[in-house]
Design a protein around this ligand. Structure first.
Ligand code: FMN
Length: 353
């Protein structure tokens, strides 16, 4: 199975499955002599870990990060940085009833048809657990970006039908609740909706918005590696993502050129409808994009499906699952963004005019 790596100048390779010994990441290309703040890396892991918030799965993992290589006396050496996260709380018996059936909304059917073998426990390689390795790599990337004055923050702006209008977004409120919702009041309604769906054995989707500030002009290239193309690739590689839009996104289709163009004066751009990119190259404004997540596929209601012999059957999914993926995915969206921006940033220094 190919393509477990991402990135050009700085690349990441993730490995491991949900119910194997560990998941992990190798990061190649990091600039040496950089002090690695492992406490920060761990704090990012804690934002994603199962059992880390009251709205998620009751599966509890400590998600303690272990560094295997690439560090000497607290500093990055420039050799491959390998980090692992051990799996300590798997209950494989939860998956015995789905070994031979394809769960609706999961990778089971396509994975089995393609490879002819699959580890059904927790989704194996297709599990959301794989994203813990990305969060570790994202945390390291964020530390480098911080030195360059670049900040990446994501927030939940919609759960099911409960959404924030532009004027309801109060970015400073985003850390006031465990949903990372930039509106304290709406966060309460969103949490109630998630809990209600959990009680009914169902699940719900949502939208995460990400803002990247402090960017220079010049990240990205005009053709295949447009900044939005690389970002969309990275973000849509996260499980359960179903939509990506930047700036006005799909709303741009309803606008006129006179409304959508970002005019300039000598001090800079007057608006930011483009979301911080023109011609695939960062404008130096905030980069703003949104990503839609589908409802968690594992629900405990009975669903129709087939087994490996293509016989009709019904499946009821046991195990411990998130009724909504968004709360734990906020830090994953930030991580993949950080990995992309650090990669493009290191390219910029090679291309400086
Ligand atoms: C952070 C994170 C956590 C996830 N947790 C679950 C989960 O608890 N239960 C589940 O059914 N799917 C979960 N998923 C989603 C599945 O991994 C994903 O929907 C599935 O592999 C099918 O892939 P696709 O939705 O990209 O087509 C999670 C995804 C992410 C990013």
């Amino acid at each position: 199975m190919a393509h477990n790596s991402f990135g050009k100048n700085i690349s990441i390779t993730t490995f491991g499955e949900s119910h194997g010994q560990a998941v992990g990441v190798v990061i190649d290309g990091l600039k040496p002599n950089f002090p690695l703040d492992l406490e920060f890396v761990q704090s990012e892991m804690d934002r994603r870990r199962p059992g880390g918030n009251s709205l998620g799965t009751p599966r509890k993992e400590s998600d303690t990060i272990k560094v295997l290589s690439g560090i000497y006396q607290g500093k990055i050496t420039g050799t491959p940085l390998t980090m692992i996260i051990e799996n300590t709380n798997q209950i494989s018996a939860d998956y015995s009833n789905i070994e031979d059936v394809f769960r609706p909304g999961h990778a089971d059917y396509t994975y089995f048809k393609k490879y002819g073998i699959r580890d059904p426990r927790g989704g194996g390689r297709s599990s959301g657990r794989e994203t813990s390795a990305r969060v570790a790599a994202g945390a390291v990337s964020k530390l480098y970006l911080k030195e360059a004055g670049i900040k990446i923050e994501a927030a939940i702006t919609q759960i099911g039908n409960i959404k924030l209008d532009k004027d309801e977004i109060k970015w400073e409120e985003r850390t006031s609740n465990e949903l990372y919702c930039p509106n304290k009041k709406k966060a309460e309604s969103m949490a109630a909706l998630i809990n209600d769906l959990r009680d009914r054995g169902d699940s719900v989707g949502g939208i995460i918005e990400c803002r990247i500030t402090g960017l220079p002009v010049g990240l990205g290239d005009p053709v295949f590696d447009k900044i939005e193309a690389v970002l969309a690739h990275a973000i849509m590689s996260i499980g359960a993502t179903k939509g990506f839009e930047i700036g006005e996104g799909f709303n741009a289709a309803t606008m006129h050129g006179s409304q959508n163009n970002d005019q300039r004066n000598s001090e800079g751009f007057l608006t930011n409808h483009c979301g911080g990119t023109l011609g695939g190259i960062s404008t130096g404004q905030d980069l703003v994009f949104r990503v839609a997540f589908k409802p968690t596929p594992s629900i405990s209601l009975p669903q129709r499906t087939v087994n490996k012999e293509n016989q009709d059957t019904t499946v009821v999914i046991e195990g411990r699952h998130d009724p909504c993926i968004c709360p734990r995915a906020v830090v994953v969206v930030e991580a993949m963004s950080a990995i992309v921006i650090l990669d493009l940033y290191s390219q910029l220094s090679l291309e400086a005019n």
